[in-house]
Design a protein around this ligand. Structure first.
Ligand SMILES: Cc1cc2nc3c(=O)[nH]c(=O)nc-3n(C[C@H](O)[C@H](O)[C@H](O)COP(=O)(O)OP(=O)(O)OC[C@H]3O[C@@H](n4cnc5c(N)ncnc54)[C@H](O)[C@@H]3O)c2cc1C
Length: 156
């Protein structure tokens, strides 16, 4: 039976979950306070490039976008260590030199998962909207104020 889901945050987890739920036929509203990642500003102080490996690739395969997303990736087979004398030492990530992890841009990956979610007509992605989530009375964490059109979501 289709269930209604409201997801707050279309980062990597929110976008991917929206695609998974959409694929199962659930009704999904995805809210994000930042602008569309295709318009920039996705990084927000975090690393620009991420390292993606088997688990992440498996998650992308489940929604059929692994090949498409990995087009943007650069294989990383190890790290180069520069010692004090200036000599270089290569330290591989795996004993098998064919294996690698992949460097991928956060914006490209985030865009790919959101677009995968949007392929399902039952998934809707909001215009930039900041959701104010009521916190328990004894919580010391401040309520986060977003830059645009705040909405209050009552969590039951
Ligand atoms: C420096 C750094 C380096 C990293 N490197 C790697 C790496 O190499 N490989 C890797 O796999 N992982 C890496 N990570 C971890 C990775 O960034 C996180 O695991 C991943 O981003 C988590 O996804 P998420 O969707 O939970 O959160 P996020 O990607 O942070 O997405 C959360 C989204 O929710 C939105 N949001 C938050 N509150 C609200 C609200 N109230 N209303 C509306 N929208 C809201 C935010 O704007 C944001 O877009 C790194 C993290 C850091 C900090």
């Amino acid at each position: 039976m289709a269930t209604k889901f409201v997801l707050i945050g279309s980062g990597l987890a929110g976008g991917l979950l929206a695609a998974y739920l959409g694929r199962r036929g659930h009704d999904v509203d995805l809210y994000e306070r930042r602008a569309d990642p295709r318009e920039g500003n996705i990084v927000g102080g975090r690393s620009i490039n991420l390292a993606i490996s088997t688990r992440g690739i498996h998650a992308l395969e489940q929604i059929g976008i692994a090949d498409e997303a990995l087009c943007h990736a650069i294989p990383m087979r190890g790290r180069m260590i520069h010692d004090k004398s200036g000599a270089l030492h290569f330290s591989p990530y795996d004993v098998d030199p064919k294996n690698c992890i992949n460097s991928i841009g956060r914006g490209a990956l985030n865009t790919a998962v959101i677009e995968a979610a949007q392929r399902y007509p039952n998934v809707r992605v909001s215009a930039p909207t900041s959701i104010l989530i009521p916190l328990p009375r004894n919580s010391s964490r401040p309520v986060q104020k977003g830059p645009c059109r705040p909405q209050i979501l009552t969590v039951k």
